[in-house]
Write a protein that binds this ligand. Structure first.
Ligand code: FES
Ligand code: FES
Length: 132
């Protein structure tokens, strides 16, 4: 049912934890399953220099957030904005259809953290207009 990559990121998740002096913190929840994801970003000169996450949720949510952190580390805000849940799921070699919403949670957690960064820093991110 789960790919090797999903199992790998579930049993050995990357970038777990918190960033105490984060520049942006995102928190999203899924109403359907009750899972919660928190994402911490450290941003310097428009680049995500560090990222950590905490997920109170299922294995697919943990694997998705772990993979998402790897995909956005070292990337510019523009590149991070282009991250879709589909890309996260593909990077994991696929998720079962009933588990696709777990990757949506990861994409939303990243965007929510960027929005928080934008509010705190005053750096406008027009792409996030309407997101929340
Ligand atoms: Fe808890 Fe499935 S929702 S085990
Ligand atoms: Fe809800 Fe995975 S079952 S995030």
């Amino acid at each position: 049912m789960y790919t090797e990559k999903v199992m790998d990121h579930f049993t050995n998740p990357r970038n777990v934890g918190e960033i105490p002096d984060a520049d942006g913190i995102g928190e999203v929840g899924n109403a359907k399953c009750g899972d919660i994801m928190k994402m911490y970003l450290k941003i310097e000169d428009g680049v995500v220099v560090d990222v950590k996450f905490k997920t109170f949720g299922c294995g697919s949510a943990i694997a998705s957030s772990s993979m998402a952190t790897e995909m956005i580390k070292g990337k510019t805000i523009k590149e991070v904005l282009a991250l879709t849940n589909k890309a996260v799921a593909e990077a994991l070699d696929g998720l079962p259809p009933v588990k696709m919403h777990c990757s949506v949670l990861a994409e939303q957690a990243v965007k929510s953290a960027l929005l928080d960064y934008s509010k705190r820093s005053g750096v406008a991110i027009p792409e996030l207009e309407g997101f929340e």
